[in-house]
Design a protein around this ligand. Structure first.
Ligand code: TXA
Ligand code: MG
Length: 330
């Protein structure tokens, strides 16, 4: 177990980029900000580094990783693009979209990172610091969210530190991220499929494709029994507290996670109140979601009652993460 490492924290800047690139080249584990959430990076070609990454997160190795690359030429060395995948990459990269594509014959990404699948998940992140690190390192970097497996994803360097200090080599602190929920994942199969709602709204993708995205089967298994989205375990984004959804009133002592300024009965008896977005803005709510869940949790909330959130735009990703947070705890 790689507990007991001395985890360095370096603020964004030239020195941080150089240290990150060096650590990745040496097989180290480096947390860095992307526009969606903080990622925990390792050299995508280095199986030993990837094994340490799974261990540091406590993540089951059957759950494959996203390869982050700097440009589309690098993407084409890793995966095969059909016309639809090309259209999506051109429209949305760099940005919060991950494409699941067939691997190339000489795909450099280690088999351990793709969990033995013949597909690979890739994206070009938009965060300037992530892009500089990828450029300085010069290769693909696999990066899951930089949290312990099962926890909510980190949106600040302090969240990463709370989960992974002593288990990884370096944290590059680039401040709070902009989007706040993970990338949208589209499986580029015969019919493109929404494997995970995320930071890029479904409607924008469907506009470019000129068709609706397919929904994965509810058991998330394809006909040959292979998982389509292996990481979409029901209970995944789990705070310690119980999470109660679609709350229309607050029971005494419950914590309230509010959205907008609508009235809700029982609010005077709430143990604490945090608002995802007072002005009812779904982008702002996404940026606040994981930070607010962590804050309510660390202040000892036993139940978090969540007001209804519209299922449009980033609301689809917010509601997906909240449903997972609530599983087994209602
Ligand atoms: O925004 C994000 O996507 C962040 C930042 C760091 O880029 N990363 C992230 O990674 O959320 P992670 O590991 O927490 O989630 C990746 C998801 C998992 O659900 C995994 O099962 C799925 O992508 N995935 C990876 N490769 C896949 C593949 N070949 N087929 C289907 N799903 C795949
Ligand atoms: Mg994750």
């Amino acid at each position: 177990m790689n507990v007991g490492l001395k985890t360095q924290i370096i603020p964004a800047g030239k020195a941080a980029v150089a240290a990150a690139a060096r650590a990745l080249a040496e097989g180290g584990l480096v947390a860095f900000p992307t526009e969606t959430v903080y990622g925990l990076g390792a050299d995508a070609t280095n199986a030993a580094a990837i094994a340490r990454l799974y261990q540091a997160k406590g993540r089951p190795a059957f759950n494959p990783l996203i390869a982050h690359i700097g440009d589309r030429a690098a993407a084409r060395r890793i995966a095969r693009f059909d016309a639809q995948a090309t259209a999506l990459a051109e429209a949305f990269w760099p940005g919060p979209l991950t494409l699941v594509l067939p691997k190339t014959q000489n795909c450099p990404v280690a088999d351990l990172a793709t969990a033995g699948l013949d597909t690979v998940a890739i994206r070009i992140p938009a965060h300037p610091l992530a892009r500089e690190i990828l450029r300085a390192f010069g290769g693909a970097v696999v990066a899951p969210s930089a949290n312990l497996s099962g926890h909510v994803s980190p949106t600040t360097a302090a969240h990463v530190q709370g989960d992974l200090s002593g288990r990884i080599d370096l944290i590059v602190d680039g401040g709070a991220v902009a989007v706040g929920v993970e990338s949208t994942i589209v499986g580029c199969f015969d019919e493109p499929m929404l494997l995970r709602p995320g930071g890029l709204p479904r409607a924008e993708i469907e506009r470019v494709l000129g068709r609706a995205l397919k929904q994965p089967p509810s058991d998330a298994e394809s006909d040959n029994g292979r998982p389509l989205a292996p990481g979409m375990l029901a209970s995944h984004y789990a705070p310690r507290a119980k999470v109660r959804l679609q709350a229309s009133s607050i029971a005494p002592g419950e914590a309230l996670l509010a959205f907008g300024l609508g009235a809700i009965s029982g609010i005077d008896g709430a143990s604490m109140v945090m608002n995802l977005s007072e002005r009812g803005d779904l982008d702002e709510a996404a940026a606040n979601l994981f930070g607010h869940l962590r804050a309510l949790d660390s202040k000892g909330a036993h139940t978090i009652a969540v007001m209804p959130i519209p299922d449009e735009g980033l609301g689809e990703a917010i509601n997906d993460r909240l449903r997972r947070a609530a599983v087994g705890r209602e």
